[in-house]
Ligand binder design. Structure first.
Ligand SMILES: [Zn+2]
Length: 159
């Protein structure tokens, strides 16, 4: 895993089924944050694309300030990684929602992010998904950079 940390990708493939799962999770969790794993095939080698095949909800372990912070505890991450071993899928990124905040990562998100993974942020406004942003952490500057999300689908008809 260590060899890929400096590599970047340019786009995140998110088909409609996992996209809808993220939207529904974000709306259901409102006004709290929803968070979870993005799972897909990735052999760890440099690749221009992260492909999301399924998503898995995580328990939002940050009990204080659950409305604008999320942390997935390391043991839960390790458990998912272990379970996926040999399945052809791995953790390619993470998603979480921003209740009544824009689909832009916060400073807290940045401080808790790892390079090489896709980060999706879903803005949920008054209970309705409004925007989905994709980002990657630049390991040199420790800033989030936007990534292309495709296919581009509307979030609106999610019910
Ligand atoms: Zn956030």
């Amino acid at each position: 895993m260590s060899g890929v940390l400096r590599k970047t990708f340019v786009e995140v493939e998110l088909p409609s089924t996992p996209r809808l799962a993220i939207v529904r999770h974000g709306e259901r969790a409102y006004p709290e944050e929803a968070c979870g794993f993005l799972l897909g095939p990735w052999d760890g080698r440099p690749s221009e694309r992260r492909s999301v095949r399924t998503v898995r909800e995580a328990a939002n372990a940050k009990t204080e300030e659950r409305t604008h912070r999320f942390v997935i505890p390391a043991p839960e991450v390790l458990a998912v990684e272990r379970e996926l071993e040999g399945s052809g899928e791995t953790i390619v990124g993470y998603y979480h929602s921003h209740p009544d905040h824009p689909a832009v990562p916060s400073e807290f998100d940045r401080d808790h992010a790892w390079p090489g993974f896709a980060y999706l942020v879903l803005a949920v406004e008054r209970g309705h998904a409004r925007e989905l942003g994709a980002f990657e952490l630049d390991p040199e500057t420790r800033t989030f950079e936007p990534r292309r999300l495709f296919p581009l689908l509307p979030l609106g008809d999610s019910r």
